[in-house]
Design a protein around this ligand. Structure first.
Ligand code: 4AD
Ligand code: MG
Length: 460
């Protein structure tokens, strides 16, 4: 017989005579004549209550079932007489697949997130992490659905590249050279002898390649892993994270902001509608204000604020900041929190940043000082999206590349896209983990990634 997943059984509207479930024991409670076993199969938060009668052949062994043990249960799905659940299973047979020893680290109690990070191989078995990763999966699907409904083409941009999109030099090298025996010419490593014949690295963004496809297919997006060797040990930075990057031809900054706002609202609404049970756990145990925050985001108009005005608001703020504000200084997370949580109490899109703090590819504004950048900031997370209209004028692009000290020879193909059929175009990157943090209320990025990579941490 084929097993049925518990989430399916919970949707049942009538009893079922003969069913099979397989899962892990959360708890066992013995009473006179029978035991109640709570079984979870990972398909949903809710456990299935199994009633094991002492008449079962292997009842002695059933009494050994401990937290974490695995079972296959055949029986009848019946309306539960007990409180707290609609359905329960009266077992006809319980096959014991494995017994977890008493040393199983996940006993029935609340464990700290810090402790669970040290057992990241086991933590998806807890209610909280199971729910977080089911939501992460639903949101991945929702991203593809969002773009498909808008006729965007999904492009797989490369993970190994020879370029540095953000120009920040925060890249992990990819090499097949032997570090103990590097070929050198005039004292410098000779990368012409490396696998690709030149220096290569893990991508920091799929944007440059996405732009090339937008200039062919119109509206495209990438959704994949990106890597940054930035040594920032914060709760919202990881060395390996996933980014969603739409890129649109014939689109200016306003259209870019429109898409960013629409997308965040769509994903939040999708989660509210489809992840109810899992979200309830977070609203109950992680962030009491979660549903209100999410509903506010889904229904509000995002404030759109030029960077200069953001700086004015911040300089007038009564709050003391650790970092100075002023034209030419980047907004720090404390400033983003102030704008979204104290001042506007909702999402804010800051745009037209000084060119000196933004990458070479952003379009220079007529004032010559700012570029068409936009960051979407949301309460509790800060920056969730970073994007811009791209510089389509080749001469200005080249000047910006020189200023940034980029080797133009490495970007000839990028410049070609401006030479041949260039058009105004725009895009952005949404940090997928930050989205999952926003939607679950989980405050540390390490807890929304199955196996997070951060400085000094790559155990699993
Ligand atoms: O603002 P960023 O650096 O923008 C880009 O990479 C552009 N090339 C995107 C584009 O226009 N196509 O990164 C985009 C988003 C940020 O807003 C943030 O949400 C997330 O990616 N992000 C990170 N998330 C986790 N860990 C990190 N180290 C991150 N760095 C950026
Ligand atoms: Mg950014």
């Amino acid at each position: 017989m084929k097993r049925t997943k518990i989430f399916k059984l919970l949707e049942s509207d009538s009893p079922v005579d003969h069913i099979l479930i397989k899962g892990w024991v959360r708890t066992r409670r013995d009473s006179k004549g029978f035991s109640f076993i709570e079984v979870n199969d990972g398909s949903c938060l809710t456990n299935m209550q199994v009633i094991a009668d002492h008449g079962l052949d292997n009842y002695d062994d059933i009494l050994k079932l401990s937290t974490g043990s695995a079972v296959a249960v055949t029986g009848k799905l019946l309306a539960s007489k007990g409180k707290g659940q609609k359905w329960e299973i009266q077992a006809d047979d319980i096959e014991i697949i494995s017994i977890a020893p008493g040393s199983y680290p996940l006993q029935k109690k609340r464990h700290s997130d810090e402790f669970l990070r040290t057992i990241a191989h086991l933590r998806p078995r807890t209610n909280k992490y199971g729910a977080a990763f089911r939501i992460r999966s639903e949101l991945s699907y929702a991203i593809h659905k969002f773009f498909r409904e808008r006729a965007f083409t999904y492009i797989h941009t490369p993970i190994v590249t020879a370029s540095d999109c953000e120009g920040a030099g925060e890249m992990f090298r990819v090499t097949a050279l032997d570090p103990d025996n590097l070929p050198k010419t005039d004292g410098a490593v000779d990368y012409s002898l490396d696998f690709f014949g030149k220096q290569a690295n893990l991508t920091v963004s799929g944007q440059l390649e996405a732009e090339l496809f937008a200039l062919a297919l119109g509206d495209v997006y990438t959704f994949g892993p990106t890597f940054r060797a930035e040594n920032s040990n914060t709760r919202r930075h990881a060395a390996e994270f996933w980014m969603v990057e739409p890129e649109m031809a014939f689109c200016d900054l306003e259209g870019d902001m429109d898409l960013g706002e629409e997308m965040v609202k769509y994903l939040v609404t999708y989660a509210i509608d489809t992840c109810r049970d899992d979200l309830e756990l977070f609203a109950k145990f992680v962030d009491k204000g979660l549903m209100a925050t999410l509903e506010n985001i889904a229904s509000s108009d995002f404030i759109r604020l030029p960077y200069r005005e953001a700086v004015d608001i911040l300089s007038r703020a009564k709050d003391k900041f650790d970092y100075d504000v002023g034209f030419g200084k980047d907004l720090q997370s404390e400033h983003e929190h102030y704008l979204t949580e104290q001042h506007f109490k909702g999402p804010v899109i800051v745009y037209d940043y000084p060119s000196t703090i933004k990458p070479f590819y952003m379009r220079v504004n007529p004032d010559g000082e700012t570029v068409t950048a936009m960051d979407v900031l949301v309460p509790s997370i800060g920056e969730i999206i970073g994007g811009s209209q791209r510089e389509e004028r080749l001469d200005i692009l080249e000047a910006r590349m020189d200023e940034a000290g980029l080797l133009k020879d490495n970007y000839w193909w990028y410049m070609d896209s401006r030479r041949f059929g260039g058009v105004p175009h725009s895009g952005f990157g949404l940090g997928f983990e930050r989205l999952v943090m926003l939607i679950t209320g989980i405050s540390n990025i390490r807890d929304v990634i199955p196996f997070p990579r951060t400085p000094n941490s790559i155990e699993f």
